[in-house]
Design a binder for this molecule. Structure first.
Ligand code: SF4
Length: 356
């Protein structure tokens, strides 16, 4: 694509209610420096216009690394016998929430594998205690559960739910997730929305067999679902998975997907993912300059953070919480941005500009 073709395609995907898959595929194939700069700078402008300059910081507590599933890309898969498993008790979780009080972390993300021993009432009580203790939003990232659990947790005060769709190619999805169907994943996402959660989806970039058409479909899927958040990260192979030895996803392709998602979805929260920071030392800074507006900090207490090994070499996992927080502040400031003071709710719920 030459420069004027790129500009025309970027304008169309920004303006059209339903952007064409062909435009997205063409833009995903851009690889020259000038073309990439154009895409990233456009996404940065759209980010500034629609979500502003401040960066909401989300603190993640990974409270269990048990999982009943066997996703072919994930180090927490139930067949990984080399992994030491853990569950955090209530006190440790509330201590982690307490540790970031006043540090600009205004969302607590409770994340776990799909732990078959999860007691829904225990989680509901925990959500209530966090909401009583901290002036923060609570996000759940705990996998697929029956609708009555989602309802219970919502009534207990959970604000948001992250359920990455991973890939919008149904056959690739089903290849990677034994016994699961993409239609079921979609049904869970729609149910969560109907229950009033702010909903996040997201995909993995660089899965074996994935094409540019699939990545374009991911962006259009998230647009159609009208997600509030989208987590986009590169595939990173884990040695104790079925995909050990498969090459990792590309930094540039992941940044292009982040940028195009920003241009198409506009007022969505897009994290500069830890996975991007794990494949390149400046991966998160680059994402914040290419459309991303949110950053996550792992506040799981040591030594457990290092055991939440969805992929190897997770950045910051071996450090103490205050060091991880300092690193996040440094990233935000190095991009000329500031930490958001509010909770970083879905933009559609903010009556005024997110920075007001
Ligand atoms: S991706 Fe999630 S559901 Fe799948 S094995 Fe990993 S933790 Fe479990």
């Amino acid at each position: 694509m030459n420069t004027s073709d790129i500009v025309a395609a970027l304008t169309r995907i920004y303006e059209e209610e339903t952007p064409s898959q062909e435009d997205l595929i063409s833009l995903l194939s851009v690889s020259d420096d000038a073309g990439l700069r154009l895409i990233f700078e456009t996404a940065d402008r759209v980010r500034r216009r629609h979500v502003g300059n401040t960066v909401p910081v989300r603190g993640i507590i990974e409270f269990s690394n048990y999982c009943r599933n066997a996703c072919r890309y994930c180090g927490l898969n139930r067949d990984n016998r080399a992994l030491r498993r853990y569950r955090l008790d209530r006190e440790l979780i509330l201590d982690a929430v307490d540790a970031v009080e006043g540090e600009g972390v205004n969302t607590i993300v409770l994340q776990s594998g799909e732990d078959g021993a999860l007691d829904p009432s225990w989680l509901a009580r925990l959500i209530g205690e966090i909401k009583a203790q901290a002036d923060a939003a609570v996000t759940l990232s705990v996998g697929e559960w029956p609708g009555e659990y989602y309802r219970l947790w919502r009534e207990a005060g959970a604000d948001r739910f992250l359920l990455k769709h991973e890939t919008a190619n149904p056959s690739l999805y089903e290849e990677l997730h034994e016994g699961a169907a993409f239609g079921e994943r979609t049904a869970h996402l729609r149910l969560l929305k109907a229950l009033g959660y702010q909903v996040g989806a997201g995909n993995i970039v660089g899965l074996p067999g994935q094409t540019a058409k699939d990545l374009a479909a991911d962006i259009l899927f998230m647009k159609e679902l009208s997600v509030d958040m989208a987590g986009i990260g590169p595939f990173i192979p884990h040695p104790h998975t079925a995909l050990a030895g498969v090459p990792e996803g590309s930094l540039v392709m992941t940044l292009k997907v982040v940028a195009l998602t920003r241009i198409v979805l506009k007022d969505v929260h897009l994290p500069a993912t830890t996975a991007l920071g794990s494949i390149h030392p400046l991966g998160r800074e680059m994402a914040l300059s290419a459309g991303a507006n949110v950053i996550m900090v792992d506040i799981t207490p040591a030594p457990y953070a290092a055991l939440y090994e969805i992929y190897p070499g997770r950045r910051g996992a071996g450090e103490e919480i205050f060091r991880r927080l300092a690193a996040i502040r440094q990233i935000i400031h190095s991009c000329g941005r500031t930490i958001a003071s509010g909770r970083g709710d879905a933009i559609r719920l903010c009556k005024k500009h997110p920075e007001d």
